[in-house]
Write a protein that binds this ligand. Sequence first.
Ligand SMILES: Nc1ncnc2c1ncn2[C@@H]1O[C@H](COP(=O)(O)OP(=O)(O)OP(=O)(O)O)[C@@H](O)[C@H]1O
Length: 225
Amino acid sequence: MAEVLKLEQIRKSYNVGTAVETEVLHGIDLAMQSGDFLALMGPSGSGKSTLLNIIGLLDRPTSGLLAIDGVDTATLGDAALTQLRGQTIGFIFQYHYLISAFTACENVMMPMLVDKGHPDAEMRARAEQLLDRVGLSRWRDNNATNMSGGQQQRVAIARALAMDPDLVLADEPTGNLDTKSADAVFELMRQINRERGTTFLIVTHNDDLAKRCDRIVTVVDGRVA
Ligand SMILES: Nc1ncnc2c1ncn2[C@@H]1O[C@H](COP(=O)(O)OP(=O)(O)OP(=O)(O)O)[C@@H](O)[C@H]1O
């Protein structure tokens, strides 16, 4: 099975103020194979978001190896990193970050617009197909803000899948939802994982949902526990 993600001894330090350097991640090792469905847990402040930002190529580690689809990301410049991020990683956040002036369909088209070069008809057809998959085809022309929290998060899932990513990173995707909507959103991600073989890394504080993942990795004080 292909290795989608590999981290070896990832460290991250922040410069707070002037000379003081604080290390937040102290050497993280993690590997994910294609099709993995993994829960990342840990107390508040343990470094989960920092780790997710590094894996999502939004921030660089201070040291250590980060490979995505076998590519050592340290060898890439910023433009190549942006391209790799756009084409291989999908993001789902706790707050959906949909653009309120856009319809559901336009929001799902966003990653393809950013990637550039996709004909409008192709983007629209793909977005409609994905909205259909998340059960929102009737809502495609609705303004995203007129939807319920669970529906908005389903639009965000469709948007994360727009570029058919190998890896989806979800930072507390059900954190803002009631139990029933959280369960539905989680189940949708699980089904997509099974159907498409998309790899999911999900940060969650919810033990019940984490138990339904294939694997749980816990980070405590910047280390894998
Ligand atoms: N840009 C930054 N500059 C300085 N310190 C930071 C920065 N980002 C995060 N930290 C520190 O890194 C540590 C880990 O934070 P992080 O947000 O990764 O934790 P977390 O596990 O995601 O927490 P939560 O579950 O509350 O979201 C914290 O002590 C935080 O204050």
